[in-house]
Design a protein around this ligand. Structure first.
Ligand code: FES
Ligand SMILES: [Fe+2]
Length: 460
């Protein structure tokens, strides 16, 4: 992967406004990995709409991608005690992830070894010491070995080793529990590659879930993801954000097959604002993530910039009021929209004031439906008392994010704006005369990267 400035990418004279401005304005205050640029031109072919609508294409994704890749199933915080379990569903596959022993997490196909019944309903979680089938009562210990076969005299032909629960691979990173159905896949660390290095100062393992919303969407999983991989839509879909961040001044990077990211500064109004905002006005526009963090009202002093003022205010607020160790996080790491995407379907925002995690996946065997998990992960206080993890709240296609308790109303509105377009796009795929989507060379590069990685898996 080359580290080439986007202004110079081959085959196009298109100017890329403002990318240099990001790195220049961060200057000395930035550090690895946010000071790295890793853009590469990946071509300009249209992306066929059938990739979002065809049941045949969907079946190939199931066969070659969802059953072969590492996917984030839950957080370790969801499996605190031995016996805690979470059901992770992907398409028609359903997997029970369980704390089998204090230092051990296991995952099993959610299907009975007698006649196939699911042990637990999809999208549920809970606690059990024995995995028992609700149909005829066969049961297993948490390590997957058989516990009991009722009327065992009737099954002299059944070897207990043959009816151990079928396992799925589990590995953990940064407090996230991942599963992989492919016994021959590389290790999670190998799969994540440089991502592990990027995250080493960000303490994702010391965070907990303060909000978790699962929204049903009437669109393909990729169409849903793509709405969050570029900032090109922001000037139309979220005009209220132009005052604090600039769509065209967003940096896009690609790292290997499995990771891409964008970086967009807060307190950096879009050039659409012809009038220069004062630092006090900029300060007022920042903190899109959760206004409750700024309840005390930071004020500009002397010649301080809005960004430095807000970063210092948050350092103090986290340290003194929330009892959180902020460490040596830079202003950018505290304030900015830093979005990483890990193939196939996970997004992590390591920043402190915008601490979201997303996951997109198909619902059942339907290319027209998907589920969008949105979590906020806030740091655990120094006391070490890990507060209660928020349970998922599931909302339907027509429901607003603002209806969910504890959701910041401003951010709820932003997510409504994003998701309101998705069924229109899915319907548009079917009625299109044009056969595919056209992508910008720079701002939509992460979408092309997603499709090219997808193709690498589909061709295996
Ligand atoms: S199907 Fe599970 S015990 Fe019969
Ligand atoms: Fe958006």
């Amino acid at each position: 992967m080359t580290n080439r400035h986007p202004d110079t990418f081959a085959g196009s004279q298109a100017p890329v406004p403002g990318i240099r401005a990001i790195q220049e304005s961060l200057g000395e205050t930035s550090r690895y990995p946010l000071n790295v640029e890793a853009y590469e031109d990946l071509g300009d072919e249209d992306i066929p709409f059938t990739r979002y609508t065809s049941t045949e294409f969907f079946a190939r994704e199931m066969d070659k991608v969802w059953t072969k890749t590492w996917q984030w199933a839950c957080r370790e915080e969801n499996l605190r005690d031995v016996g805690d379990f979470v059901v992770y569903d992907i398409g028609n596959y359903s997997i029970i992830v369980v704390r089998a022993a204090p230092g051990e997490i296991k995952a099993f196909y959610n299907s009975c070894m007698h006649r196939g019944t699911k042990f637990n309903h999809s999208f549920t979680s809970g606690h059990r010491q024995i995995i028992a089938c609700p149909y005829h009562g066969w049961s297993w210990k948490l390590d997957g070995t058989i516990n009991e076969i009722p009327s065992q005299w009737d099954f002299p032909h059944v070897d207990e080793n043959d009816v151990r629960l079928a396992e799925v691979r589990v590995e953990t990173w940064a407090g996230f529990v991942f599963i992989n159905m492919d016994p021959n896949a590389p290790s999670l660390h190998e799969y994540l590659g440089v991502t592990v290095d990027h995250f080493k100062n960000w303490g994702m393992e010391d965070r907990y879930t303060t909000i978790h919303i699962q929204k049903e969407l009437a669109c393909n999983w990729k169409g849903a993801m793509e709405a969050f991989m570029e900032n090109y839509h922001t000037h139309v879909v979220h005009p209220q954000l132009n005052i604090t961040s600039s769509g065209p001044q967003t940096q896009y990077d690609l790292f290997g097959d499995h990771m891409s990211r964008f970086l967009c500064l807060q307190g950096n109004p879009d050039p659409v604002f012809e009038r220069q905002l004062s630092e006090a006005e900029k300060l007022d526009t920042m903190l899109m993530g959760d206004r409750s963090l700024a309840s005390g009202g930071p004020k500009i002093e002397g010649n301080a910039t809005a960004r430095a003022t807000m970063a210092n205010y948050l350092r103090k607020h986290f340290d003194e009021e929330l009892d959180v160790e902020v460490g040596d996080l830079t202003d950018s790491e505290i304030l900015d929209t830093i979005e990483y995407t890990i193939f196939p379907n996970m997004f992590i925002f390591p920043g402190l004031s915008l601490p979201m995690v997303y996951r997109f996946r198909p619902i059942g065997n339907d290319p027209d439906r998907s589920l969008f998990d949105l979590l906020y992960l806030r740091p655990i206080p120094r006391s070490g008392e890990s507060p209660h993890s928020a349970e998922p709240v599931r909302i339907g296609v027509e429901d607003s994010y603002t209806s969910v308790p504890n959701m910041d109303p401003g951010m709820g509105h932003v997510y409504d704006q994003d998701t309101d377009n998705l069924d229109l796009q899915q319907q548009g795929y079917y009625t299109a005369k044009k056969r595919g989507g056209t992508l910008g060379h720079y701002q939509e590069i992460r979408i092309r990267h997603l499709h090219q990685t997808l193709d690498k898996y589909l061709e295996r």
